[in-house]
Design a protein around this ligand. Structure first.
Ligand SMILES: *[C@@H]1O[C@H](CO)[C@@H](O)[C@H](O)[C@H]1NC(C)=O
Ligand SMILES: *[C@@H]1O[C@H](CO)[C@@H](O)[C@H](O)[C@H]1NC(C)=O
Ligand SMILES: *[C@@H]1O[C@H](CO)[C@@H](O)[C@H](O)[C@H]1NC(C)=O
Ligand SMILES: *[C@@H]1O[C@H](CO)[C@@H](O)[C@H](O)[C@H]1NC(C)=O
Ligand SMILES: *[C@@H]1O[C@H](CO)[C@@H](O)[C@H](O)[C@H]1NC(C)=O
Ligand SMILES: *[C@@H]1O[C@H](CO)[C@@H](O)[C@H](O)[C@H]1NC(C)=O
Ligand SMILES: *[C@@H]1O[C@H](CO)[C@@H](O)[C@H](O)[C@H]1NC(C)=O
Ligand SMILES: *[C@@H]1O[C@H](CO)[C@@H](O)[C@H](O)[C@H]1NC(C)=O
Length: 683
């Protein structure tokens, strides 16, 4: 019935039985921590799609897209992303409207995958009812390793057993019983083995199939890298990213057949290993179908926006201080209430799995002392050579905004005081965060007056109307994003309150008429922090290390301004040989979601306008890019579509993979020790 692997699905196929068999398939798995994917699928696939839900989701999503800056660009992106981005989302929604589905799950998966195909981590439709309600795992994450002679192969991650022991201790015996005889039920004997075939084919067939559907990042290279495991600096410690092979947001894969190199009679063994689905750590308990839906699938008080001017003033603080519904899927740590309330602009990726909560094994985590100014997702180190400083930065958001900004500056100064002459910034799996934090580090000539990118808003008819209503006095407390007083114009001067402040400029994009606001300038300066007058590190002696899975303007702004204007080198680790790596996944500008837009609409009393999206009936989230950044090389076009090729594709070996300190030392030896912008280790 099903394709063997979700990552091998390229088109939607019927998943459910369509009828509700007795007994209740959800009651059968209620309260169990681990279930078979087929059991979870039978439960999730048992809900028929009601016409009300179908038309409601389509209407909200379609009307919210009018606020997403990139819809018309994404119909066909220009080179170099012409092969990567060519999705007509409005066309998809019309197709979906005309399709019948056996279940609500099938319907959701079709919308979900359609949005994934724009390969834009800011833009997506997610459901708390289906996405990561169960997370489906296999205890053999994969890595792509390169031997000294340059040959590359896929391997089971050397740390697979340690991860399973720590994270899946209550399921490891179940999996070990199902391992091939040769391994004697011992997962550790499979760790680090070369994978010859996946489902009988070259492993890169599965890598490419996943790159076709995983979404999030424009460049194919980055989507290839998403298949493999990696690491990331989290708010509480070092975390492990399982990769798309070993961790799935939907229970749509039952097993995988692996052929691995294994010394013995044949020199290799072939076996099937089952996936297993674990109840999501943020999913709400249920006892049967009805309570599953009640607790997980219906709109909550946070799903939709609120009219801030119909909220008692004593409650506004609380309303604004709550994490939005979107926060569950945002790839950044949870923020402090006061920072949600202050609404510092963010640019954050969304994904169907919450920000990682699996720890990097102790044997791989940095064991060198970190500087005392380290805070949350920012950790500072000096390598054993005494002259290489490292800033590991897993996000541009951390719980306390003010403290975070200060810690970053103190840490960089601290590195210098301790003798660091050169700098590695490791932003592996950094999902974005505060725009102004990203602009903060190492201000230099190029950061004045604009540390980041100018931006523009999409100026559709409803957006213009909101802006007009704000100017007419509907936002007396300055609470709304369409209030111009918080933005600067292209010459970085405040925009006066005026009902035509958006000054729409008409554009034709891919043959479709569109309109964007006047150009907006910088809004981060003056910083809340005392920033040094000069950059602390020589750009020629600075490298930015990642696996390409990051960005959002925040990061890219920093990376772009540093790499495009200042000679900082960008290193992507572990990419496929001969595939150009990109140091930035999706630029965006400022991201937001449906409920925030809905608050703007409700607060300006426009909810009854025909272009206003209705409220979601279901527990959905929709992410969009609200402001789009203009380019550095070509300042008249969005940076989104400009080239972000990394300088260096740095190979990983068994000795250094997923070991941050070992990677930093290897990069130092191969790249930083040669202060030329030469491509020392380019394949
Ligand atoms: C989406 O909106 C467009 C107008 O922007 C409209 O032509 C189309 O019919 C709508 N599609 C759906 C499925 O509502
Ligand atoms: C797994 O680890 C958790 C937390 O360390 C512990 O509470 C639990 O008892 C362990 N379960 C098994 C089966 O070892
Ligand atoms: C499992 O395999 C590892 C590595 O091959 C070996 O060191 C260990 O002794 C084995 N454990 C058992 C219980 O067989
Ligand atoms: C990926 O998508 C491309 C373009 O649609 C297709 O030609 C290719 O066969 C797909 N690859 C896999 C492995 O599914
Ligand atoms: C596995 O081993 C068999 C027997 O040695 C060999 O014929 C076959 O080519 C090997 N398969 C792969 C994918 O290497
Ligand atoms: C951190 O602070 C403690 C106590 O003040 C000090 O002993 C230690 O050397 C400091 N560590 C670093 C890396 O600066
Ligand atoms: C945030 O950090 C600043 C600076 O360290 C501090 O003054 C403030 O009290 C902190 N806020 C909270 C809520 O912890
Ligand atoms: C920005 O605003 C200032 C003050 O209103 C005005 O003088 C300037 O011309 C504006 N710049 C642009 C590019 O509109």
């Amino acid at each position: 019935m099903l394709g063997r692997s979700f990552w091998a699905l390229s088109a939607i196929i019927p998943i459910s039985l369509g009828i509700n068999p007795l007994p209740d398939p959800c009651a059968l798995i209620a309260g169990k921590r681990w279930v078979l994917p087929s059991e979870a699928r039978r439960c999730l696939g048992s809900f028929p799609l009601s016409p009300e839900v179908k038309s409601n989701v389509l209407e909200v999503v379609n009307k919210t897209l009018a606020f997403h800056t990139s819809v018309n660009y994404q119909v066909q992106a220009p080179a170099p992303y012409d092969d990567d981005v060519h999705e007509d989302l409005i066309g998809d929604l019309n197709r979906i409207a005309a399709t019948s589905y056996n279940s609500e799950l099938d319907f959701h998966i079709d919308i979900y995958l359609s949005f994934k195909r724009v390969n834009d981590g800011h833009c997506g439709v997610y459901s708390r009812c289906y996405d990561s309600l169960y997370v489906t795992y296999i205890p053999t994450p994969l890595v792509l390793l390169t031997k000294e002679d340059g040959t590359q192969s896929v391997y089971i991650a050397p740390e697979a057993y340690e991860i399973a022991k720590e994270e899946f201790n209550d399921s490891l015996p179940w999996w070990e019983k199902r391992l091939p005889e040769a391994s004697q039920g011992n997962l550790s004997s499979l760790a680090g083995r070369k994978v010859l075939l996946v489902n009988g084919e070259d492993p890169f067939v599965a890598v490419e199939a996943n790159a076709n559907i995983t979404g999030g990042y424009q460049s194919r290279a980055t989507r290839q890298n998403s298949f493999f495991s990696s690491y990331h600096r989290g708010a509480e410690g070092w975390e492990y990213y399982m990769g798309n092979f070993a961790s799935l947001a939907h229970p749509l894969v039952d097993e995988v057949e692996l052929t691995i190199e294994y010394p013995g009679e044949t020199g290799n063994i072939t076996f099937s290993l089952p996936y297993r689905s674990r109840f999501g750590s943020n999913s709400k308990d249920f006892t049967d179908s009805q309570s599953l839906r009640q607790n997980n699938c219906l709109a909550t008080p946070k799903t939709n926006g609120v009219d801030l001017y119909d909220t008692p003033s004593s409650e506004i603080f609380a309303v604004l201080a709550e994490p939005p519904a979107l926060a569950h899927f945002q790839q950044q740590p949870t923020l402090a209430p006061q920072d949600y309330r202050e609404r510092h602009p963010v640019n954050v990726l969304l994904d169907s799995s919450p920000f990682s909560d699996i720890s990097l094994p102790e044997t791989l985590s940095p064991d060198i002392e970190s500087l005392n100014s380290s805070y949350s997702v920012a950790e500072f180190f000096i390598l054993d050579d005494g002259i290489t400083g490292v800033l590991a930065l897993g996000s541009f958001s951390a719980k306390n905004y003010t403290h975070f900004g200060r810690a970053l500056l103190d840490g960089l100064k601290g590195l210098q005081e301790k003798g660091a002459e050169r700098l590695i910034v490791d932003v592996t799996n950094n999902g974005g965060g505060y725009i102004c934090i990203a602009h903060l580090i190492g201000p230099r000539a190029t950061t004045e007056p604009q540390a980041g990118l100018d931006t523009t808003l999409r100026a559709g008819p409803l957006a213009q109307l909101i802006a007009k209503r704000v100017a007419e006095g509907h936002d007396p407390d300055n609470l709304l994003y369409y209030n111009p007083t918080q933005w600067n114009n292209a010459t970085h001067q405040p925009i006066p309150m005026d009902d035509a402040w958006m000054r729409p400029q008409k554009l034709v994009i891919n043959g479709r008429e569109d309109a964007f606001s006047q150009r907006l300038g910088q809004e981060c300066l003056p910083f809340n922090w005392e920033a040094p007058k000069h950059g602390l590190f020589d750009p020629q002696k600075t490298v930015i290390v990642s696996n390409g899975r990051l960005c959002v303007i925040v990061l890219s702004t920093r990376q772009i301004t540093m790499s495009k204007e200042e000679g900082v080198r960008t290193v992507v680790v572990g990419g496929k040989r001969n595939v150009e790596q990109h140091y930035c996944g999706t630029v965006g500008g400022q991201s937001t979601g449906f409920s925030t837009i809905d608050t703007e609409i409700k607060s300006t009393k426009l909810k009854n306008h025909p272009l206003a999206p209705p409220d979601f009936l279901t527990n959905h989230v929709q992410g969009i890019t609200w402001r789009l950044g203009y380019g550095i090389d070509n300042p008249n076009e969005p940076e989104e579509w400009q080239d972000h090729t990394a300088d260096i594709n740095f190979p990983l070996s068994k000795e250094i993979v997923n070991n941050p300190v070992a990677i930093w030392e290897a990069v130092t030896a191969a790249v930083l020790a040669h202060a030329q912008p030469a491509l020392v280790v380019q394949f």
